[in-house]
Write a new protein. Sequence first.
Length: 345
Amino acid sequence: MDNIHQIFKASPTKGDVLATVIQVNGSAYRKEGTTMLIKQSGSTIGVLSGGCLEEDIKYRAETLIDGQSKSFLYNLKSEDDLGWGQGSGCNGEIRVLLEKIDASYQAHLEKVNEQLLQGRSILTVKKLSEDYEVIGYTVIVDDNNYWTKALNIDANMELKEMKSGIHYSKELSIYCYFQWFHPKPRLFILGAGEDGVPLCDFAHKTGFHVTVADWREALCSKERFPQADRLLIGFPHEVLPKALHPQDHIVIMTHHFERDKEILQYVLNRPFKYIGIIGSNRRTMRLLEGESVPSNVYTPVGLSIGAEGPEEIAISVMAQLIAVKQKVVTENGKQANCRTLVYNK
């Protein structure tokens, strides 16, 4: 799960410290872009390692003043208890950036969260000093491609190729840290039967924004689906046109042949990232009435792990969804067009 959504939910405020993995050399527990929030109370949200760095990071965070940033390099290569690896043998180094939140940076984070809640992907770019401290930052939103003009950095650095991490700008002779933030992936569970309950729960825990839709009001309730972000009651032709967006993930599990057929007629040949169908291949072929199966349709839904019962089936579906989502994030990063939203500090 992307820690940043948990962090924004906790409302970072002045005096808190944001810790970010900005560089990884070799192998490590988490990759560039992983974040952790250290609250003034000492509590933390998110993790940067398997547990070997967090206490030291918290200690170093206490030394910062408002608006200050510092970075620290941790060597995880040691296989004995003398190094940061503490016997884990991760065989890598990670650089962690600590930023003490002041009023200006709090406003910056609020702007990022606002865009994420509107379903937009965000690229933040932080200019770094020789000591890898932040000396400026900008926020870029994914609906225009004039980002290089705002940053005045090498136009040959294609945004669509940027991954979270440190990149060098020849034009400015300076290092910049690029970090992508993506809105929560959206999952629509179409059908509020018993097998939808664990799927909703697991999807919520793994970072999906979950909507459950069904025409049976008695089934589609907050009591049955406490982890659902949204419940929609209505027949498919009433709900689908208003609720679904391109890039959504959909699992069809009404266990009602005519309703599944109605749903399929709407979602087929539309650019949804994932369409999973509960039931056998034979049943799906009947639903499709001889049409070929599009590449974004997964049937039977879920990875083939011999799953039985609602919980195991939900695990197999989530494993497949996560695999698809990881590819989607990469594709979005490569295809995004951006416009500058704010530049300050």
